[in-house]
Design a protein around this ligand. Structure first.
Ligand SMILES: C[S@@+](CC[C@H](N)C(=O)[O-])C[C@H]1O[C@@H](n2cnc3c(N)ncnc32)[C@H](O)[C@@H]1O
Length: 236
């Protein structure tokens, strides 16, 4: 297990022109900015246009970072146009990750680096399991609304998916923060607010709302820590 140290994880990688696929509000872009040795620019793409405002606000002081609304399955970029392509905590947001990864490899130049970061469901501590269970509940509520959001994968499935890409010099590390306080008041308050929002979204589905109530109790009693995630880095 490796502590979450972006520089140690990325291993002095020079990013060049970087693409972060399904970037959301840019959580992984922050990791890249902290961990890459250098980069020319970072482009974050996401299908959801609503992510643009928060992303742009987060990186308002970074002319080298920009957002474009785009479907990961139909990237508008030419073949081989990026030196580094990343996807973080989003493989389980695709109905099938294979075509999305193929599209990522298409825009990656030969010899460029693919970085896959994905949380997984198994081998988690009790406090980390709270994170996984919350995630699976959010996914179930999102699916009610027609969104593609699967439960998280098992670790071995993520390894199998990445192995299937035929990358060279593949390096895999497991990341978790051993010092995270399972009852951190700020994190707990944020998660309780998220539970409130999802209980409203699950209106008309009492079984899903009850699952939310059970998770709120678990959050208060057991606590929560971020689930361990796998980072795989290899060359195309
Ligand atoms: C859990 S967020 C990941 C955010 C970010 N990568 C991170 O690690 O913090 C998943 C994101 O995938 C995006 N997404 C899902 N399907 C997509 C698609 N087909 N093309 C682009 N983005 C997609 C969602 O809009 C959402 O912002």
């Amino acid at each position: 297990m490796t502590a979450i140290d972006p520089k140690a994880v990325l291993g002095d990688l020079s990013g060049g022109r970087v693409l972060d696929v399904a970037t959301g509000t840019g959580g992984f872009v922050r990791f890249l900015l902290d961990g890459l040795r250098d980069h020319a620019e970072i482009v974050g793409i996401d299908a959801n246009a609503e992510r643009a405002a928060a992303f742009s606000e987060a990186f308002a002081d970074r002319p080298d970072v920009r957002f474009e609304q785009m479907d990961a399955l139909h990237l508008v970029f030419p073949d081989g146009s990026f030196d580094t392509v990343c996807v973080s905590n989003s493989l389980h947001h695709f109905a099938d990750p294979t075509p999305a990864l193929a599209e990522m490899l298409r825009v990656l130049r030969p010899g460029g680096h693919l970085v896959v970061n994905e949380m997984y469901r198994d081998s988690q501590s009790e406090t980390q399991a709270t994170h996984v269970l919350l995630h699976h509940w959010w996914a179930a509520v999102n699916r009610l609304r027609g969104e593609v959001h699967r439960e998280t994968y098992e670790r071995r499935r993520i390894v199998e998916i990445v192995d299937g890409l035929g990358l060279a010099d593949l390096r895999i590390v497991d990341l978790a923060d051993p010092d995270e306080d399972p009852h951190d008041p700020e994190a707990t308050a944020e998660l309780e607010a998220a539970i409130d929002r999802y209980v409203v979204l699950a209106d008309g589905h009492p079984e899903l709302q009850a699952r939310g109530a059970t998770l709120r109790t678990r959050l208060r009693e057991v606590g929560v820590r971020g689930a361990t995630q796998l980072v795989a880095i290899g060359r195309a």
